[in-house]
Design a protein around this ligand. Structure first.
Ligand code: NAG
Ligand code: NAG
Ligand code: NAG
Ligand code: ZN
Length: 408
């Protein structure tokens, strides 16, 4: 009896959210440089003081006339604001106190006790249990495969979704590459749920699942994702140790073997876009790349989900040259994206999974940047999960149907 009481006590003990890394009075600025002079000023500022770029994801991508969002420590915020004013840059402050936003999102107390929900952000333990459950409940439609382990030893689960008959065409769907982009894993979960629950009811989905398989990786950067739930909500990279540096982590989306380490990536382990010590230096990258190489004969599409900015992008990022099927990619995007106001070639960057997949021969490769336009950015409220996932689902079905029709 004593034992039982003790055990229950453990179960219901409220797990207060107190992430080790706090963001008291840290600010997020939105700046819109008007011309090259102002762009250069921002670049100089970024080399003089530490700015964490939310969007675009690095200083290399700053362009006159478009918004730049970055986070600044409380210690530097006044200095940065003064510099912006002195140089007559247009700016607004999106968040005055990031810590408050983070606490709002976790809503304190019982967050970790709540059940898995498609309308909430789920921590990694809940996602693992969900992968197991959804496979068990849909044995003819979903199976779970472990494709390897992360740096910290967590199993990397992939869900194979589709009617199990013979060799099928495959679309590979990757979520959760950058840890703090929580809406991305939320979409992968939504996708699997929608696929299984609308099979036999929705004509388009039924046809897709009868004729092809989706390989869904709900969280690519699991170690980083866990870190955003336990230590630092704003973490982006993976959690590997780097030799010769105290800084942790590599940007997995700069670590693929495609023009590695050239365009818009960094060889400084302290940077958010650090490309790793070599292409595929990261265990997670290697596991995925190996899995995809092993399945190239069937994979026809590769779709990667990030946030934020509501854009749909396609190769190339590492070169300005056009992808051979550029026109097809553009047309498809034009038809597919009511919720995505703009579409672009990938931002200049090397070592991105998308370009890599494309050059491996997967001629349909897309990156979604999900909601929003920056009002909340990475702190997108849970109330936006449903509309985000619904509009994205439409676009993904459209793309998948096109791939089915055009890629034998
Ligand atoms: C750049 O824009 C700022 C603000 O509009 C303006 O004051 C400045 O003269 C411009 N510089 C150039 C070189 O056009
Ligand atoms: C994370 O990055 C480090 C540093 O490049 C790498 O050594 C490690 O294997 C990566 N971890 C994973 C899980 O890929
Ligand atoms: C990474 O480095 C830290 C500090 O040196 C060490 O405590 C930790 O065990 C290392 N982690 C791994 C997985 O090697
Ligand atoms: Zn991202």
């Amino acid at each position: 009896m004593k034992f039982l009481v003790f055990f229950l006590g453990l179960l219901v003990r409220p797990q207060a959210v107190s992430l080790a890394r706090r963001f008291d009075s840290e600010k997020v600025f939105r700046v819109t440089p008007q011309n090259e002079t102002q762009v250069n000023f921002l670049k100089e500022l970024a080399s003089a003081v530490q700015l964490d770029f939310w969007h675009p994801d690095s200083v290399h991508h700053i362009v006159a006339g478009t918004d730049v969002d970055f986070q600044v420590s409380s210690y530097l915020a006044n200095h940065v604001q003064m510099k912006l004013e002195q140089n007559e840059l247009q700016y607004e402050i999106l968040f005055h106190n990031l810590q408050e936003e983070i606490e709002k999102q976790f809503k304190g107390k019982s967050y970790f006790l709540k059940k898995h929900s498609y309308l909430k952000y789920n921590d990694w333990d809940k996602i693992v249990a969900w992968t197991e459950r959804i496979a068990r409940n849909n044995p003819k439609m979903v199976s779970r495969i472990e494709i390897g382990k992360t740096y910290e030893g967590r199993p990397m689960y992939l869900l194979k979704v589709g009617k199990e008959t013979g060799r099928k065409r495959v679309i590979f769907i990757e979520c959760g590459t950058h840890a703090r982009e929580w809406i991305s894993p939320a979409f992968c979960q939504w996708f699997v749920k929608q696929a299984t629950s609308t099979y036999g009811k929705d004509k388009e989905m039924t046809k897709l699942l009868d004729s092809m398989n989706f390989y869904v990786l709900p969280v690519f950067n699991i170690d980083g994702y866990v870190w955003t739930w336990t230590e630092n909500r704003m973490w982006r990279k993976n959690r590997s140790n780097n030799s010769n540096s105290d800084c942790i982590g590599t940007d997995l989306n700069r670590n693929f073997k495609v023009a590695w380490g050239t365009e818009s990536s960094s060889d400084d382990p302290c940077d958010e876009i650090y490309c790793g010590s070599s292409a595929e230096s990261e265990q997670e990258t290697k596991e995925i790349a190996n899995f995809i190489r092993d399945h190239l004969a069937v994979i026809r599409g590769y779709i990667s989900f990030h946030s934020y900015s509501q854009m749909l992008m396609f190769p190339y990022g590492y070169t300005y040259k056009m992808a051979p099927n550029h026109v097809e990619l553009v047309n498809l995007i034009m038809g597919s994206s009511p919720g995505f106001s703009k579409m672009y070639k990938l931002n200049p960057a090397s070592g991105a999974s998308l370009d890599w997949a494309y050059d491996e021969g997967i001629k349909h490769a897309y990156v979604f940047e999900l909601r929003d336009h920056g009002r909340y950015g990475f702190m997108l409220p849970e109330s936006k999960i449903r509309p985000t996932c619904k509009e994205t689902m439409l676009a993904v079905k459209y793309i998948a149907s096109h791939i089915l029709a055009s890629a034998p």
